[in-house]
Design a protein around this ligand. Structure first.
Ligand SMILES: [Zn+2]
Length: 324
């Protein structure tokens, strides 16, 4: 089994699509987040959720645009994450400017200022005085300076935790990294999906092939990595194994028979709540003829039924499988 290496191809159409969807999506998501934040803002959770949303949009564009360049995909999707963060804060900045202007207007001693200055100019004078910088950057510095207070949603009136200037900057950075990291990681994974370069299309859906006992996972991996497909096949049971088990699934080029198959091994188990959990163990490429060897080497249930016990065991497993 050899490792699948993305070709690092990125068609221009795909890049343009990713830029278009990323820009519109990033602005839109930042705006939605800002609108919701006027009611409630869940720290770390919002960056995570909106980072995932950005990652989804990026992955969609990557798949549609056939981008097989994981690093490029990561970088561009991370920028989408940063755009969401920037849009959100920019909307906050506008809200602040309007608010400041209202305060000035209402103040009898300062209201005359409003006759000569517009909200932008007034904000710039204020921000430069307080932080040394005008504009958006001055606003970010101002936010850090006044710090943020984290309160529990269940007890909004409680005192909460106040972050000082340094911690507010760290907090901004953590949020920014979540936006960029989550979105980037999802895009990286989308661009790393198997692709048939000859037919210029992505591989089809994952199809379950076989399973084996979880204790045999090391043996199976060893055999596959050594290219010993006969023994790999012998380790697989034709009848789905009980949990915890190791599943083998494959993806194929939907247009040709010649391309290697993309094989994935995963450890599948049931957790305490009875839900099925799956953990990826390994992935790799196997040629169609080697894959045939695996299929043909599998042990049929009848071949192992030397005694009555084992046969009964197999039958039970078969019935269980049907129930599932
Ligand atoms: Zn193909």
């Amino acid at each position: 089994m050899k490792k699948y290496q993305p070709s690092n191809e990125a068609p221009l159409n795909g890049i343009l699509l990713l830029i278009a969807i990323g820009t519109v999506g990033g602005l839109l998501l930042g705006g939605i987040m800002y609108a919701i934040s006027k009611l409630v803002y869940l720290i770390l959770i919002f960056p995570l959720l909106f980072g995932i949303a950005g990652g989804y949009l990026a992955s969609f564009a990557i798949t549609k645009g056939k981008i097989r360049h994981p690093l490029l995909a990561f970088t561009m999707a991370a920028l989408i994450g940063i755009l969401i963060f920037a849009t959100y804060n920019f909307a906050e900045f506008n809200f602040f400017k309007q608010g400041l202007y209202e305060v000035l207007k209402a103040d009898p001693e300062l209201s005359h200022v409003c006759q000569t200055l517009n909200p932008d100019q007034a904000a710039n004078i204020f921000l430069t005085k307080v932080t040394g910088s005008p504009g958006f950057w001055g606003f970010m510095k101002y936010q850090a300076k006044i710090g943020i207070t984290i309160t529990k949603v269940s007890r909004p009136s409680s005192r909460g935790i106040e972050l000082n200037e340094t911690f507010t900057w760290i907090y901004f950075l953590v949020e920014l990294l979540i936006f960029a990291g989550v979105s980037g990681a999802m895009a990286f994974s989308a661009a790393s999906e198997p692709f048939c370069e000859r037919c210029d299309n992505w591989y089809g859906k994952k199809k379950y092939v076989d399973s084996t006992d979880h204790n045999k996972s090391e043996q199976l991996l060893w055999a596959l990595n050594r290219g010993d497909y006969t023994n790999a096949g012998k380790l697989l049971d034709l009848v789905p194994h009980d949990y915890p088990r190791v599943d083998m699934a494959v993806q194929q080029c939907p247009s040709c028979q010649e391309a290697d198959l993309y094989v994935e091994l995963s450890l599948v188990s049931k957790n305490r709540k009875g839900q099925i959990e799956s953990k990826k163990l390994a992935t790799g490429l196997i040629s169609p003829s080697d894959f045939q060897t695996i299929l043909e080497s599998r042990v049929r249930p009848t071949e192992t039924t030397d005694n009555y016990e084992e046969s009964a065991d197999t039958e039970i497993k078969e019935i269980r499988y049907e129930e599932e």
